[in-house]
Write a protein that binds this ligand. Structure first.
Ligand SMILES: NC(=O)c1ccc[n+]([C@@H]2O[C@H](COP(=O)([O-])OP(=O)(O)OC[C@H]3O[C@@H](n4cnc5c(N)ncnc54)[C@H](O)[C@@H]3O)[C@@H](O)[C@H]2O)c1
Length: 263
């Protein structure tokens, strides 16, 4: 602040990593009438896209092998299907919320040759055609997907969207991944779905609350992998976010156009 002694700098974090459609962000942005809010979303997209894929692999893998390593089952090769799981190749990938991260994830998954990528959003999206992704209704997405990836924003319309009715409509072999916001999932219903064979496995990077209390029943399930909201965590992404934040602040202080304003 030596360079701009006339300013006081307030660093204020608007809900870490939130989407602009998240209700808490809209509220915060409204409160900032005299402040020029900026954002750092663009850098985390590829990182989250990669993470989604990783989380999916981990979830597919977890339910069949990690437990066996921990509990000494490894080595029983007498059954040809021992530890076998599903492949992305020829599977139907269903993406709920085809915004930046949903689309980035789909682009990366395409390389694994799924039979189809379907998505559900507010309506069909032009850019989805670039990768041949097909629009589906919410019901169709639930019914037809082998892997469901949730990338939808948290809004009043999506809160608790993945509830017992939704889980009942999914294939019993589905792998359910959520990296958006914990509150789009009804966790009690997810627990029931995972323990009654309604769905095969889940991978959650986001939960309600975060972190989950250590006695939360989801943590005891062998077919549920939970990570601590780390989908955008890589050194490169974090440095890029910090740099963009600094560039936003400097431009703001100089009265120049900020590189990444919230508009
Ligand atoms: N786990 C992490 O570390 C991490 C990191 C970044 C973002 N996120 C979260 O991932 C989510 C997606 O982020 P993004 O940058 O892709 O956001 P985005 O705004 O680009 O995409 C969200 C999509 O959801 C759709 N959508 C919203 N409400 C809908 C509704 N009622 N019905 C159908 N579609 C609806 C929007 O049309 C949009 O296409 C956000 O919730 C964000 O907070 C998590």
């Amino acid at each position: 602040m030596e360079v701009f002694p006339q300013y006081t700098l307030y660093c204020y974090t608007v809900k870490y990593h939130a989407s602009l459609l998240d209700p808490e962000v809209n509220m915060e942005v409204t409160l900032m009438e005299r402040i020029h809010p900026t954002q750092i979303r663009k850098y985390r997209i590829s990182c989250v896209g990669i993470y989604q894929r990783m989380d999916m692999c981990i979830s597919m893998y977890t339910c069949r092998s990690i437990d066996s390593v921990i509990h000494g089952g490894l080595g029983r090769w007498d059954n040809a299907l021992y530890l076998s799981g599903i492949e992305i190749k020829e599977s139907v990938i269903g993406i709920a919320g085809f915004g930046r991260i949903g689309f980035a994830t789909a682009k990366r998954l395409k390389a694994f040759e799924p039979s189809k990528i379907i998505y559900w959003d507010v309506g069909p999206l032009e850019y989805a055609k670039e990768i041949g992704a097909e629009f589906a209704s919410f019901e169709e997405l639930l019914k037809n997907s082998d892997i469901i990836i949730v990338c939808v924003s948290l809004t009043d319309g999506t809160r608790g969207l993945f509830n017992k009715e939704a889980f009942k409509k999914m294939k019993p072999s589905v792998i359910f991944i959520n990296t958006s916001r914990g509150a789009v999932v009804n966790q009690d219903d997810l627990y029931t779905a995972l323990t009654t064979g309604q769905i095969l496995a889940a991978g959650l990077d986001v939960t309600t609350p975060e972190p989950l209390p250590r006695d939360n029943p989801l943590l005891s399930l062998p077919n549920c992998t939970i990570s601590p909201h780390i989908a955008s965590v890589s050194n490169k992404t974090r440095y890029a976010m910090a740099e963009l934040t600094a560039r936003n602040i400097i431009a703001g202080l100089k009265g120049e156009k900020m590189p990444a304003p919230v508009c």
